[in-house]
Design a protein around this ligand. Structure first.
Ligand SMILES: Cc1cc2nc3c(=O)[nH]c(=O)nc-3n(C[C@H](O)[C@H](O)[C@H](O)COP(=O)(O)OP(=O)(O)OC[C@H]3O[C@@H](n4cnc5c(N)ncnc54)[C@H](O)[C@@H]3O)c2cc1C
Length: 283
């Protein structure tokens, strides 16, 4: 629901949900698997023969720098949800208005999520919107088209730069202390590793900071599902049939691949459903 309306109208999702309901699918909302009920409960007590885990990668990355706890420093998901939904559509603790009008907004991160954030900030009438990324545009992972739209709308891109500390006034963020970077040798992802340039520190005013530096799966499922194994990156281990290490439990999408794309999650879902069908027939 944080996906901005300028990118996808909520009615498209609503139509799809209604279509799936008409097909006979029952949606059980406001239930956290691993907290309200466990996978064990579903299989042993409620009689499900197979379970598919499509829980995504919802945990936003933290910078772990001083000042991150200041007011008006947001995780991308909270910023997008609050910036794109009406207060009555939000949980009570998020209803306080988020005032971006005439503010300097700094978005940290260079992927598609950061483009959603900068373009949302523009629509919330920010005075300035800066997208800060530690590498150059050549290494940026998101789509070029999104950056083009952002530039057309007035977003400033600040490459080869990281914030090292956020400073505040009266508990609210007021500025980001930053450092320039240069590219060194390639890292394990094959992209050249950014290295700080000594003596390049400077301060950037920022009334609102949004952290959009990646997502990872949460550990709830692993902790509450005996036999379910994950990788060091917290993604669920599956075989070529999307079967996890727990018999009868399958998984796919971002909780297996890490934060990725809708199209890969959909492809996983389709292939996993065929594998689940074969599994059920074998019982
Ligand atoms: C801001 C943003 C912008 C993006 N923009 C794009 C884009 O433009 N194009 C693109 O292709 N991709 C984009 N993505 C990525 C895309 O949204 C994901 O790759 C895709 O949604 C993954 O699908 P999924 O089914 O694996 O997980 P999700 O779509 O994340 O669905 C997981 C669902 O599981 C629920 N859930 C999680 N844990 C539990 C639990 N314990 N119990 C019950 N339910 C649970 C969640 O509430 C959620 O409804 C974007 C992502 C973000 C965050």
């Amino acid at each position: 629901y944080g996906i901005p309306n300028f990118k996808m109208r909520k009615e498209i999702l609503q139509d799809k949900l209604e279509y799936l309901e008409r097909m006979g699918i029952e949606f059980v909302c406001n239930t956290v698997i691993g907290k309200d009920v466990t996978v064990d409960d579903l299989m042993r007590e409620r009689g499900f023969d197979a379970v598919f885990l499509g829980t995504g990668a919802p945990v936003g990355g933290e910078m772990k720098i001083e000042g991150e706890e200041l007011a008006n420093v947001y995780q991308a998901t909270e910023f997008l949800v609050r910036g794109n939904l009406e207060p009555e559509q939000l949980p009570e603790n998020m209803r306080e208005p988020m005032d971006c009008a005439d503010k300097d907004v700094l978005v940290v991160g260079g992927g598609d999520t950061s483009m959603d954030c900068v373009r949302t900030a523009i629509r919330l009438e920010a005075k300035s919107v800066t997208c800060m990324y530690r590498r150059t545009e050549a290494e940026q992972k998101g789509r070029e088209e999104e950056r083009k739209h952002a530039r057309e709308e007035g977003v400033e891109f600040m490459y080869l730069t990281i914030p090292t500390r956020f400073t505040g006034e009266n508990g609210r963020v007021a500025a980001a202390e930053c450092e320039r970077m240069r590219l060194g040798e390639p890292d394990e992802s094959g992209r050249r590793r950014p290295e700080p340039i000594p003596g390049s520190q400077f301060t950037l005013p920022a009334d609102i900071v949004v952290l959009a530096i990646g997502y990872s799966p949460d550990e709830l499922m692993e902790k509450t599902t005996p036999g379910l194994r994950t990788t060091p990156w917290k993604t669920v281990r599956v075989d070529e049939d999307y079967a996890t290490t727990r018999p009868g439990v399958f998984a796919g999408g971002d909780n297996v691949n890490g934060a990725d794309l809708v199209v890969t999650a959909m492809a996983d879902g389709r292939r996993a459903s065929e594998a689940i069908h074969r599994y059920l027939e074998s019982l």
